[in-house]
Ligand binder design. Structure first.
Ligand SMILES: N[C@@H](CCC(=O)N[C@@H](CS)C(=O)NCC(=O)O)C(=O)O
Length: 215
């Protein structure tokens, strides 16, 4: 039996969506974030790092979104609908699978951490914390994010999906792009159109409906 260990407001939505695309039988174990926004300790019983998503399939325990997506595709996508079949698109498929968590997410996480630091320090040093984190954001994070956004806007102005037709690489990319759109103030027409295209998929809608009814 496939079990998705799902943390609320998290990357594990990717896997819920993939399971719906594959129309598989699965169960979801729901974990609620602690007030600190960390995963609850029960998730440690499934995987020592207590990060979501984690998927268990009979005796296997699989962590990391990209690895889970690849596992599901290789194991259950009998008609090879969710991975490109030609070499050029397969290269893109691998690239975007890694880029999402290896290049784009670290910047978004860093930005989130920097924004939260001043909220969690004693009031006396708040102004100092604000100054330091604003400096890191404007001097380090924002110029790099700007480059990523231009790169993605350009790529998505020429491609409806990241690797040929819709594939699991799009599921992997959806999360950072959705986070980028909701956490930054800019307007990104091609990224927005891509997110809209993905969110109109019936499997995405089913996964959203399931997620909303899990808590
Ligand atoms: N690269 C990992 C990241 C996993 C990750 O950081 N998940 C977050 C949720 S989006 C988490 O479990 N956070 C809880 C915590 O850090 O306590 C993946 O793609 O699966």
């Amino acid at each position: 039996m496939i079990t998705l260990h799902h943390l609320d407001q998290s990357r594990s939505f990717r896997i819920l969506w993939a399971l719906e695309e594959l129309a598989l039988d699965y169960q979801v174990k729901f974990y609620k974030r602690l007030p600190t926004f960390a995963a609850p300790p029960e998730l440690k019983l499934v995987h020592p790092l207590a990060k979501a998503p984690v998927l268990t399939d009979d005796h296997q325990t699989i962590a990391e979104s990209a690895v889970i997506l690849q596992y599901l595709q290789e194991t259950y996508d009998e008609k090879q609908k969710f991975k490109p079949q030609n070499k050029k698109d397969q290269h893109q498929y691998r690239y975007w699978m890694h880029y999402a968590e290896g290049s784009l997410m670290p910047l978004l996480v860093m930005q989130l951490v920097m924004s939260n630091v001043p909220k969690h320090v004693p009031w006396l040093i708040k102004p100092v914390a604000q100054k330091i984190t604003a400096g890191v954001k404007s001097g380090f994070i924002h110029p790099r994010l700007k480059d990523h956004i231009s790169y993605l806007e350009d790529y998505l102005s020429k491609h409806d999906y990241v690797a040929g037709e819709f594939s699991f690489a799009d599921i992997q990319m959806w999360f950072p792009l959705d986070a980028l759109q909701s956490r930054t103030s800019g307007s990104y027409p091609h990224i927005s159109a891509y997110i809209k295209r993905l969110s109109e998929r019936p499997a995405f809608q089913r996964a959203k409906f399931k997620e909303q009814n899990l808590a």
